[in-house]
Write a protein that binds this ligand. Structure first.
Ligand SMILES: C[S@@+](CC[C@H](N)C(=O)[O-])C[C@H]1O[C@@H](n2cnc3c(N)ncnc32)[C@H](O)[C@@H]1O
Length: 232
């Protein structure tokens, strides 16, 4: 018997209503928030703050950054269809994992190969945990590179591997590290309207010639400022 022959008079097919779509969206947002919180607690167990042989290394608090990124997404500064993200000193790639949910491509550069080597085993462990807890997996859009973010050779490698240039980046990120030198490079070489997210300052913000402050305290977390190249 065909489906239509079996149908009763009252079996009206469900037409998705505005409320129905809204409920789905809210459920998706809730699951994303749960996933982000789980990722933050996972990486916070590996939170570091010490002086290593490549200088001072600290890790972003992903709970705070997560709130900031949700706000940037809600205001249309970033989106999963177009945004290319670069962490200029990515360490174990934790910020890249978080960003993979919000951007098209999540790229990182790390100068210390030993630190960068932490990325794969840690992400593997995280992925298993997310799976066992029925949470959302990171997108398959993360590419991390060993190199110096200030050197042209690093960007030649990146272009040769994933066909992205410095001028293609929409959103740059640093946790204090070399923020002034990175700011100068972005002001000189990045495309117009690119964004620079700096983690680690509150109240007294650094100024970068050629960049303007767009949001001095993103999501009121007291730790992240958003700069931009151009008129906003
Ligand atoms: C403060 S940690 C931040 C790590 C990560 N972005 C986070 O927020 O958790 C800065 C990282 O930048 C790396 N680094 C320092 N100078 C660099 C450079 N010129 N190019 C690329 N990475 C660099 C350090 O080795 C360190 O792992």
């Amino acid at each position: 018997m065909e489906y239509w022959q079996n149908a009763q008079e009252n079996d009206v097919p469900t037409i998705p209503t505005f409320q129905h779509s809204l409920n789905i969206k809210l459920m998706e947002n809730h699951r994303l928030r749960q996933t982000l919180d789980r990722i933050a607690s996972f990486y916070n167990d590996y939170k570091v703050g010490y002086v290593g042989h490549e200088g001072y290394r600290k890790s972003t608090d992903l709970v705070k950054l997560g709130r900031c990124i949700e706000e940037l997404a809600a205001h249309g500064f970033i989106n999963p269809q177009n945004t290319i993200f670069l962490d200029l000193g990515c360490a174990d790639g934790r910020v890249n994992v978080l960003m993979s949910y919000f951007v098209k491509h999540s790229v990182g550069i790390e100068i210390d190969p030993e630190i960068l080597a932490e990325f794969n085993p840690r992400k593997e462990e995280l992925t298993q945990k997310l799976q066992s807890e029925n949470l959302m997996q990171p997108s398959d859009n993360i590419d991390l590179f060993h190199g110096n973010s200030l050197e042209a050779a690093t960007y030649e490698t990146i272009e040769g591997t994933i066909n992205l240039r410095f001028e293609d980046i929409d959103l740059f990120y640093t946790y204090i590290t070399l923020h002034d030198l990175f700011g100068a490079k972005i002001a000189q070489e990045a495309k117009a309207n690119s964004l620079y997210l700096v983690y680690g300052f509150s109240k007294i913000l650094p100024r970068y010639e050629g960049l303007e402050v767009i949001i001095p305290d993103v999501a009121s977390q007291g730790i992240v400022a958003l700069y931009g190249k151009g008129q906003f």
